[in-house]
Design a protein around this ligand. Sequence first.
Ligand code: FAD
Length: 692
Amino acid sequence: MATNPTSEVDVLIIGAGPAGLMMALWMSRLGIKTRIVDKRTDKVFSGQADGFQSRTLEILDSFGIGERVWKESNHLIEVSFWNPDSNGTIKRNRRAPDNISGLSRFTEAVLHQGRMEAFFLDAIAASYPHPADPSGNPLKVERMVLPTSLEVDEAAAEDDDAHPITVTLRHLTEEEATPTQKLSNLSDGLFRSNLAGDDVGEMLAQSKGRADVREEVVKAKYVVGCDGAHSWTRKALGPKYEMKGEMTDFVWGVMDIVPITDFPDVRTRCMIHSASNGSLMIIPRENRLVRLYIQLTEVSTGGRVDRSTITHEMIFKAAQKIIAPYKLEYHYCDWWTAYQIGQRVGQHFTKCDRVFLAGDAVHTHSPKAGQGMNVSMSDAYNLGWKIGLVTKKIMPRKILSTYELERKQIANELIEFDHKFSRLFSGRPQKDILDETGVSMDEFSKAFNMSHMFTSGLGVNYSPSALVSKPPEHALLLESEKEAQHEESPVAKSKLSAATHCKPGMRFPSYQVVEQCDARPWTLHHKMPSDGRFRLWVFGGDISQPAARDRVNALGARLEKGVLARAPRIEMSPAANPFAGTARFRLNRPPSVVDVMLVHCAPRGEVELLRDLHEVYHPFDAKLGWDYDKVFADGESYHEGHGRAYEGYGIDPEKGAVVVVRPDGYVGLVTELGEENWGEIEKWFEGVLRMA
Ligand code: FAD
């Protein structure tokens, strides 16, 4: 019998949905030898996820694709709550903003998943040629390929150079890889809903007995299972990896239609609770489309729902009943599906920090709060740079344990949130205060408002680890702060005096500053592309004053001899840094993985970049000269006002601060600027990087 061909790869990604593509994008930007396989014949073309939360848009923007989503998507600015009046007729009860203002430059936006997948594929292609990837082959999704076996050599797990995972891959024919659309000739998504079983068995069965089945063996350093709710990878890891949770009796239908209706708020996000016909959520989409989430109160429950009993006519009738007395019709339906609400989360997210699970493969819940795709991409965003920098031997392997620590916490918070939110939304509205089984509409709208910090993704707060240094008093404060994450606690303010609004474990906020060299206003996130580098932000205070300037320059000298001399360098993709890639503009040698930036609050005109500041703030390259893109003033811009960054970050201009930000934009360390704190900065990097 012929043996299967064998090859080696650093990272094998199984599944090319939102999580898999985010993982692949990181790998392409970091130049890691990677393969990504998917059992499907193509990307998603309609339906599925459509909601992009503020944090996700910030992340996409750090890869250069946020603007594309932002331009094509519909922006959700307002939400209307419709409840039954005393006669049981639905009435608009209240309007409210859909987001908390001032936290992010992005609000929630909607665009279908397929567009976003296309942007990812473009961004991956743009990462090449990559100086760190000698193969010269751009990473491409290999479709109609699925794994049939996976083994981990646990004894070799801690060997940096080993490829301890062996995976057999099967190449499918188009026929084998196409799921059967059993139920209608409309574009339905039931075959991917949680009412459907896994189709891998069906796919493999078709090739049984065929002589020309093509298989290969891949030996990988890391495998990431991004293969969705029915995850083959999770099952291959054994029963310990089963997801735990529960299924409810609530069944919901979803339709993407162009509605013809006299309902006045159809272009606003709406939460409608009818008196006795169930609930409806309206999400206005791009191109006149509207997504309806429709509760199916008449579908019999009490266990698993038989998906063959669900039709789009039945779902639409349910929507018409809920929205009555308003009329609702349509001529065009883009997609529809149904699902049963349930919340499940994996017990383990990794085996030996070699095989990882991300996205729906390790947590599932109801889609109405628009979280699944966002949290799935965020899992991969958290993991990608860690695997990349470990593979490049820039970070030690122990950092990989922070993936499960950080993302399991978020998955549990998501499940808890979804459990509460979906029950409040699926419950019958309370008739009066004596109606104990009904849901109070006040409670629902309060829960909705409270949920913004979580649903926007901006409230993520990772636990202490080598990557997140929280002072002990800060860790204690977090519990009380969970309730009002962005509110300023006076105790926190006094203890975290260096930068009270920059919290270790949370994402680094973004404020406008003015570039020292040319007066252009920038929001700081724009200076932090996802290129694998750590940012060390020096908030130097008023450096027109000699004492403050001397302090900033003394720190510069210390960084030059210490952290910057010892930290590894990193080769970057042309897409991550336009000066790193093309032959004409390639830096003489790759930059340090630690990128030092300065924000001062002196009058801009009183600072001369080259004359006044240490060279770490304007490094010199033999071919390209000085880098002018590292020093910014917190001041008035000519056309776009004053960003008040020091105020925003909670930094006292007299004291200044140093904030270390991880490659994924989360704050790792906040400390004061004084000499007595410099050792802390060095210690933090020693715990995270393989220093010379
Ligand atoms: P998936 O998107 O499921 O991708 C998994 C990929 O792996 C697929 O391409 C699949 O073909 C492939 N695969 C599976 N098994 C194998 C195998 N054995 N071998 C090879 N490849 C395999 N989320 C939001 O954030 N916002 C929303 O508004 C939203 N709305 C939703 C509406 C509906 C109706 C539904 C059903 C879901 C919605 N979600 C939403 C959830 C969202 O779609 C998922 O959470 C998200 O797609 C998960 O991404 P993923 O990459 O983890 O998995």
